[in-house]
Ligand binder design. Structure first.
Ligand SMILES: [Mg+2]
Length: 291
């Protein structure tokens, strides 16, 4: 995820203008009139942005924070139970965690997208935002990871990012900036070309007693979930239902991930009207007929 494409102000202006047009900024008189009720100036283009609910939830809901704490409370319980049961006495005990939306949040990136009137994940902006190091720790993450350290459980960070040559330095810098434990090259793996994290999982399972994995994407747990079909992906989830909170602890993320790929066939779908229609179809997958 997140290809490395240099952004430019001109490109941003173009996308902002397109977003304004799509919001009814320059449409037929009837459409323009309908749009004007909600504000049809470029500055108000974002009023019809389909991202607003999900991002507002991420930015404001105490429930979002509580779900994160709930995940980390379960994770801590599992680690403590494993240690109490004698795990990690042969091979050293370890947990594997994803980074984005698992231990770090990118709220100001999403806020910026909304302010720009953009309604799809924007890779070029992500690559401009990331080096600014504006990440924040997910509620509960720091306490949990430090707890792991205090009971001798190693933490391995695995992420999939590409911001060019400095990708690894940016990722390691963020771990250190937020003072996460085990923030060193032996404990951080960055995949630049693939979202498949299986190799690290298999390698660590050979050298360590893996207690738990954490992520915001079921692909962080098993590659099986890298399927572009909503029903198939959902059925896989049901197959593994007894493993959540036991083998894998899931963090909430309503804006991006491979659930998006299941809908669009692409984890980072283009901002087109065809894709907006697909999003609407997905949202109305089960719908009352009103009669
Ligand atoms: Mg993630």
């Amino acid at each position: 995820m997140h290809r490395n494409i240099a952004g430019s102000d001109r490109e941003l202006e173009r996308r902002r203008f397109v977003a304004w047009l799509l919001a009814g900024g320059l449409a037929s008189p009837l459409a323009a009139s309908a749009a004007r009720d909600e504000g049809s100036t470029p500055g108000d283009a974002g009023l019809r942005n389909p991202l607003l609910w999900a991002v507002a939830w991420k930015q404001t809901a105490a429930e979002f924070g509580a779900l994160c704490h709930q995940a980390y409370n379960v994770a801590r319980l599992r680690v403590d139970m494993a240690i109490a049961a004698g795990r990690g006495k042969g091979k050293p005990a370890a947990v594997i965690t994803d980074m984005d939306d698992t231990i770090i949040h990118a709220k100001s990136y999403w806020g910026y997208l909304v302010n720009e009137g953009l309604d799809f994940f924007d890779d070029a902006l992500w690559d401009r935002w990331l080096p600014e190091n504006l990440v924040t720790a997910v509620p509960g993450a720091l306490d949990f990871l430090r707890h792991c350290e205090s009971v001798g459980v190693e933490v391995f960070y695995v992420t999939n990012r590409d911001q060019g040559e400095r990708t690894y330095d940016y990722a390691l810098g963020q771990l250190r900036h937020l003072e996460f434990p085990w923030a060193d090259e032996a404990h951080l793996t960055v995949y630049r070309d693939t979202s498949d994290k299986s190799a690290t999982r298999e390698q660590l399972a050979a050298s360590h007693d893996l207690l738990l994995m954490l992520g915001d994407n079921l692909n962080d747990y098993k590659r099986d979930y890298y399927v572009a079909d909503v029903d198939e992906r959902y059925a896989l989830m049901e197959r593994d239902r007894l493993e959540y909170g036991v083998e894998f602890v899931l963090l909430p993320n309503p804006t991006d991930g491979h659930w998006v790929r299941a809908i669009f066939g692409d984890s980072e779908p283009a901002a087109t009207d065809d894709n907006r229609r697909r999003l609407r179809e997905a949202a109305a997958r089960i719908a009352w007929d009103g009669r």
